[in-house]
Ligand binder design. Sequence first.
Ligand code: AMP
Length: 142
Amino acid sequence: MFWQKNQCRFAVSRTNSLLFARFIEFGYPAFMTEPTLFHKIVSGEIPCDKVYETDEVLGFKDIHPKAPTHILFIAKKEEHFVPSIMDITDETHHVTCMLIRAAREFASKQGIEGYKLSFNCGAKGGQEVFYLHLHFMSQESL
Ligand code: AMP
């Protein structure tokens, strides 16, 4: 069993090794097998207050805003799904840029001149929903 585990570990590509090693050690975590809240928002199963949308990114108001404008940006496509910043690989690192560019475009279109962007990373970093999302907060109102 120990030997098999290590065989698997060395067989995976470098970029996915951390994620796969985690699966080998602990099994698939719940957030990888069950749709998260944000999967349900993307599919329309749960409604959201949408303020921005492209083919790839959705922006909607945070239900418990911590600033006059508090928006969450998420990637829509399944191939761009990443649970957390800690799970980003060489294949998915561009997803963070997609979200930041969407936030910048949103601010520009809304005439918002100052804002804060943040990712909560992992449960100990305050992350509650394990579907990568960018918090956009501004003291300016929409
Ligand atoms: P995080 O703590 O970084 O995982 O952020 C998750 C965010 O999702 C929190 O700020 C919540 O207020 C927000 N949230 C939870 N449920 C909803 C919902 N149904 N619609 C919009 N935002 C939500």
